[in-house]
Ligand binder design. Structure first.
Ligand SMILES: Nc1ncnc2c1ncn2[C@@H]1O[C@H](COP(=O)(O)OP(=O)(O)OP(=O)(O)O)[C@@H](O)[C@H]1O
Ligand SMILES: [Mg+2]
Length: 299
């Protein structure tokens, strides 16, 4: 089988910054944290692979290593046949990295202008950039809103823009760090279907995604790896993992508890900051009409 991602004892340790007192008390002590420890995985072409784990488990660090954003401390990995440390340029040409960080777009520019700008960073000629941007806007279903400003997009649309940007260089492998983070259940479900149907089935991409959600991992992924404290505890298809447990009708929750000894806590999507702010303003206004107190001042 052709593997698109292969890792061999991939390890990343971070040295923690010392405070002044700490430095004086223990000048020679090195405080290290092992974010990813001896990870060995093999992922085939066209596979939708998920990495599932609690906060701080090492998911983002593993993705950053594979996208060559950080270097490993020990071990190595190959993406599309290229070594992540020795051939990082080729790895970057074959990969797209998608995060839930919408701050990396220009909010006052339109969706189309944003994509054109990022295409220019990939050294596209103007005409080719235009064609690729149109193609991608079509794929992510934002053609009708392409000339609206980015700031007017909903969270789900912003996430689709992030996916379009990640696909600009037509990568073989797409890395997604918590793609449905912060989306409401409906938008998250739409995005999951979009990833599975359009990115994997239609476009034939290999997808490596991280998630906090057991349901998402179960619904989307061909295989999942459970990671905890930097170590991969188990790898398999959701069905395999559940059937291997000595428990009738076991769930992925049971699998997680079995391999990590921990309860899995699903993260609740945070309220959107702007709708939250609007709600506070609305309530503030109502409070004003009723008479109330802001910062100790009665009105
Ligand atoms: N630049 C850094 N310097 C020091 N420690 C770091 C750095 N980046 C990550 N870590 C540590 O590495 C560990 C793994 O972090 P990572 O961000 O990979 O976890 P994660 O599984 O993505 O968590 P989350 O679900 O919260 O996003 C954590 O303990 C984190 O504090
Ligand atoms: Mg993370």
């Amino acid at each position: 089988m052709e593997y698109f991602i292969e890792t061999y004892d991939l390890t990343k340790k971070f040295t923690l910054q010392k405070g002044f007192t700490d430095f004086l008390m223990h000048p020679f002590r090195k405080d290290e944290i092992t974010a990813v420890e001896k990870v060995n995985i093999k992922i085939g072409k066209g596979e939708l692979f998920g990495i599932l784990g609690p906060n701080g488990a090492g998911k983002t660090t593993l993705i950053k290593l594979l996208c060559t954003l950080i270097l490993p401390t020990e071990g190595t990995a190959y993406v599309n046949g290229y070594n992540i440390a020795e051939n990082s340029g080729k790895v970057r040409e074959s990969t797209g990295f998608i995060t839930a960080d919408e701050r990396s777009f220009y909010w006052r520019l339109t969706g189309r202008q944003n994509l054109k700008f990022f295409a220019s960073l990939h050294n596209f000629y103007s005409h080719d950039a235009q064609k690729r941007v149109d193609e991608l806007l079509n794929i992510v279903g934002l053609k009708n809103r392409a000339d609206d400003r980015f700031l007017s997009y909903s969270a789900g649309m912003k996430q689709r823009m992030a996916i379009a940007r990640g696909l600009l260089n037509d990568p073989e492998v797409v890395f997604m760090d918590e793609p449905t983070k912060g989306l409401d259940p409906g938008a998250a479900q739409n995005l999951r279907e979009f990833i599975k149907e359009r990115i994997v089935k239609e476009q034939g991409k290999t997808v490596f995604l991280s998630t906090h959600h057991l349901g998402e991992a179960e619904q989307l992924c061909d295989r999942i790896a459970i990671i905890d404290e930097g170590e991969i505890r188990v790898i398999g298809s959701p069905e395999e993992l559940k059937s291997e447990l000595d428990k009738p009708n076991s769930t992925l929750d049971d699998v997680f508890i079995h391999y990590t000894g921990k309860e899995f806590k699903e993260e609740v999507a945070p309220k959107h900051p702007y709708s939250e702010r609007r709600r506070m303003m609305r309530e503030g206004r109502r409070g004003m009409m009723r008479g109330g107190r802001i910062g100790g001042i009665r009105f």
